[in-house]
Design a binder for this molecule. Sequence first.
Ligand SMILES: [Zn+2]
Length: 103
Amino acid sequence: MQALLAFFFIVVILFAAIVFVIALLGASFLLRALNLLFSPFKRKAGTKGVVMGADGEPVIDVMVKDPVCGLYLPKGDAVRETIGGRTLYFCSQECLSQYKQRA
Ligand SMILES: [Zn+2]
C-alpha cells in the first residue's frame, strides 16, 4: 500500500513539474507575443514629437544652411521653399524674399 502511495506521490510531483514547465513556456511565449503586439506602439511613442518632413526624413536635429545669410538652423525651424526643384531652407521670411529678389 505504501509503495502505491509513493508511486502516486511521484506521479503527482511529475505532473506538477510538467504543468509548471508548460506554464513557464506559455508565459514566455505570451510575453513575446505581447512584445511583438505592442512594439509598433513603442516605436510610435519613440518617434513622438518628431515632425516628418515632406522628403520623408525627420526634421529634428537636422541642421540646414540659410543660403542668404549663411546661418545654420534646425530644419524644423526653417522656412521651407522649393525653388527650381530644389528645397531651400531659410532662417526667416526676409531671407526667403531676399533670395527670391536675387534670383
Ligand atoms: Zn537668413
